[in-house]
Design a protein around this ligand. Structure first.
Ligand code: PLP
Length: 414
């Protein structure tokens, strides 16, 4: 970072501090990951210098021949990774991918049926504070409050009553498998479109560890930066018949110039995700998540739905007498980064919460396996048992640092 240190020492110092935080701590935020050096290199490349409004072969700027090649590669690779007919890789984020689908398929005031934010859904699925809840009439399903799992019978019943134009499936904090085929059948029955948002589980869907919605739902949207381990961004998959309206909704509908450095990095990510190593990695993500779940449960931590099928666990802290906010802070002091999260039957505000969400994609990318997950589960349990014990937090922080040093973020950084 020698150029940056000379030009802007303030930002260089901040990046340095963040680098040390990532090196010395454990990132258990379920929506985060550690990208490869190749992804990092493409994201920081000179592809950022160019305007490329439009699509390959139909740009509004000259000099886009290499940008066309990069975007075509990204599109072809993601289509082959997921077995899709058409892909748009330009959305700057997952929320924008969702926005483009709504703009293509439904009109302002139309009804959306999606998962409740407080039970695992996402803001862009119709929350009243988000464009999706402001522009559209949002109706929400939750989980069954006893099993804490989706109940497809009651979702179907709701769909028959509400008669939505689009049904959204996919979640930000749901630890169980999602039956996308069942959602597509419900949508079909009520003559609605179906959009699967696989932002969290895209890596698991790409590798066959979680059933894919592609082939069942009309639209599939995703981010690239979670289990898929790419740069921050979004994409949309659909059949050929939807290609033109989707592309038009992204550009010129809601975005200007695509981020070509990020699209190049997405192409790298899609290539990496199609390798055997990535399949192994994704299997390990889920194995690690299960070991973490078992360890927490053996320490009397209640998990929402009783366990996990994917990369994340949702902890209910009610029995420990602490809030999600307090636990997030206590674990943060110990070098373990997690986020507070609402749980089904939540009684507290989203800023406080009764739960915590923990995920294994980032620590698995660093090479950690089952034994490290046991250790991490023990640390988390001890800290939430004694959340005010700052001596314990300091002790764990040192132990976390020592474990992290054995699993470098990047081999040449220490
Ligand atoms: N969809 C789901 C299910 C998500 O979990 C998220 C992000 O957490 C998004 C969409 C939005 O992605 P972004 O933050 O890139 O807008």
């Amino acid at each position: 970072m020698s150029y940056l240190e000379t030009t802007d020492p303030e930002i260089a110092a901040i990046i340095d501090k963040e680098t040390n935080r990532q090196i010395n701590g454990l990132e258990l935020i379920a929506s985060e990951n550690v990208v490869s050096r190749a992804v990092l290199e493409a994201s920081g490349s000179i592809m950022t210098n160019k305007y490329a409004e439009g699509y390959p072969g139909k740009r509004y700027y000259g000099g886009c021949e290499f940008h066309d090649m990069a975007e075509n590669l990204a599109r072809d690779r993601v289509c082959s990774l997921f077995g899709a007919e058409h892909a748009n890789v330009q959305p700057h984020s997952g929320s924008q991918a969702n926005m483009a689908v709504y703009f293509s398929a439904i009109k302002p005031g139309d009804k959306i049926l999606s998962m409740n934010l407080s039970q695992g859904g996402h803001l862009s699925h119709g929350s009243p504070v988000n464009f999706s809840g402001i522009i559209y009439e949002s109706h929400q399903y939750g989980v069954d409050l006893k099993t804490e799992r989706m109940d497809y019978g009651s979702i179907a019943e709701m769909a028959r009553k509400v008669k939505p134009k689009i049904i959204v499936c996919g979640a930000s904090a749901y630890p169980r498998e999602i039956d996308f085929k069942a959602f597509a059948e419900i949508a079909n029955e009520v003559d609605a479109y179906c959009m699967a948002d696989i932002a969290h589980i895209a890596g698991l869907c790409a590798t066959g560890i979680h059933p894919t919605p592609v082939g069942h739902t009309t639209f599939t949207t995703s981010t690239t930066h979670k289990t898929l381990r790419g740069p921050r961004g979004g994409f949309i998959l659909c059949d050929k018949e939807w290609a033109a309206p989707i592309d038009k909704s992204v550009f010129p509908g809601m975005q200007g110039g695509p981020l070509m450095h990020i699209i190049s990095a997405k192409a790298v990510c899609f290539k990496e995700a199609s390798t055997k190593e990535f399949v192994k990695y994704s299997q390990q993500v889920v194995k690690n998540s299960r070991v973490l779940a078992d360890t927490l449960q053996s320490n009397n931590v209640r998990l929402v739905s009783g366990g996990t099928d994917n990369h994340l666990c949702l902890l209910d802290l009610t029995n420990f007498g602490i809030t999600g906010l307090e636990a997030e802070q206590a674990l943060g002091n110990a070098g373990i980064t997690v986020n507070k999260n609402t749980i089904p039957n939540e009684t507290k505000s989203p800023f406080v919460t009764s739960g915590l969400r923990v995920g294994t994609p980032a620590v698995t990318s660093r090479g950690m396996k089952e034994s490290e997950m046991k250790q991490i589960g023990e640390w988390i349990s001890s800290i939430i048992r004694e959340s005010k014990n700052t001596t314990l937090q300091e002790k764990v922080r040192e132990e976390v640092k020592s474990l992290a040093s054995k699993y470098p973020l990047y081999p040449d950084l220490s």
